[in-house]
Design a binder for this molecule. Structure first.
Ligand code: GDP
Length: 356
């Protein structure tokens, strides 16, 4: 009997049309080949088949599978930006963000870490209509700093917002902060690449910026390199380059670069994006990119545990009931700080019998 005339379960009578396949994707024996888009969109829609197939790729030993898995995980890059007030951060992010969207096809989320946003109602980064042009783009998402009474709290909320923005499909995170206090360190601990904006002509400006912040920079950019200041900016670039070369080498093996730009004319903006891409390529090749992300994830795990523990400790009814009296006992010297802390901690732990 010729193959096509063989009776099958659903096609027994001659002359009766086949009802067709119940699943049009199931072509006899032929598997549809999954493309990057299929995985990404399937996972976003919450389809378990897509998730399972993607995990199989991660587990596979084949380099081609690994490469595809990396593409599915995403090519997000998190860029921290700092600089003293007035250096041109918002003007720069406005220009840089538009370049990312228009020339590079990226989706940009701009977040901020500004611990002053609660303390002095007019925060340093400000609520002024910043980055107005960028905010009109469908592919841009701009969010002011979360409020909070501690830098730790503000930073943790921003770090969580990064994860949410990436899940929502934004692939380029710009985390802005001000050149004060510890906020740079916090931003550095949640980003892949750290950019320091500087002014031209301020020859000794680097001296005014904490050494630790300069050491964190992967790229220093002299902004406002336009008009009369172009020449000054070029000189400053050389000075900064010399200064940065004196710093110890980075764990990433990347050598900090210095560039000039004008956020208002757009001069130099594409080069800055090229530098970011060079950095990403280099650190993905030498493994630092992933190592750093893993270390950051671990750091934030610990930070979150500490904060949550602290919050639940002070919210515990027995602790609340005795805190004032215990403080008093310590102040009056009736109990040592250590005894008092041990007493309160015991009350807290007693309320959590699971913790043996
Ligand atoms: P931020 O406080 O660091 O966010 O700085 P802003 O972006 O608000 O900029 C401060 C001032 O510098 C504004 O008046 C900007 O117009 C100006 N500015 C920013 N970038 C440039 C630039 O590249 N060239 C010139 N000439 N002015 C700039």
């Amino acid at each position: 009997m010729p193959e096509d005339d063989r009776p099958t379960g659903r096609h027994t009578k001659k002359g009766v049309a086949s009802p067709g396949s119940l699943n049009p994707n199931l072509r006899r024996g032929k598997k549809r080949r999954w493309k990057l888009q299929d995985y990404v969109e399937g996972i976003k829609r919450g389809e378990r088949v897509a998730l399972a197939k993607a995990i199989t790729l991660i587990e596979s030993a084949r380099p081609a599978h690994h490469q595809l898995a990396q593409q599915i995980i995403g090519h997000s890059v998190r860029i921290g930006i700092t600089g003293t007030p007035g250096v041109g951060k918002s003007t720069f992010i406005e220009a840089f963000g538009q370049h990312l969207i228009e020339a590079a096809g990226r989706k940009v989320a701009v977040l901020a870490v500004d611990p002053s946003s609660q303390v002095s109602r007019g925060s340093i980064l400000g609520d002024k209509t910043r980055m107005e042009q960028l905010s009109h783009y469908e592919q841009a998402f701009i969010r002011p700093s979360p409020a909070g009474d501690s830098l730790g709290g503000v930073a943790r909320k921003t770090r969580e917002a990064i994860i949410l923005c990436e899940a929502a499909g934004y692939d380029t995170m710009i985390i802005e902060t001000v050149g004060v206090g510890q906020s740079e360190t916090a931003v550095h601990s949640m980003t892949d690449f750290f950019l320091l904006l500087l002014l031209p002509g301020a020859g000794d400006e680097l001296q005014g910026i904490k050494r630790g912040i300069v050491e964190m920079a992967d790229l220093a950019v002299v902004n406002k390199a336009d008009g009369e200041r172009l020449k000054l900016a070029k000189q400053a670039k050389q000075e900064y380059r010399n200064a940065l070369h004196l710093l110890p080498p980075k764990a990433s093996e990347w050598t900090a670069q210095v560039e000039i730009c004008s956020a208002t004319t757009g001069m130099g903006i594409p080069d800055i994006w090229n530098t970011v891409q060079d950095y990403v390529e280099m650190t993905k090749t030498n493994g630092y990119f992933q190592r750093n992300r893993s270390a950051q994830a671990k750091y934030w795990l610990h930070e979150t545990i500490k904060t949550e523990l602290q919050q639940s400790f002070f919210a515990h009814p027995d602790v609340r009931a005795q805190l004032k009296a215990t403080e008093q006992a310590v102040v009056e010297g009736r109990q040592s700080s250590f005894q008092a802390a041990a007493h309160l901690l015991a009350l807290f732990l007693k309320g959590h019998p699971g913790d043996k």
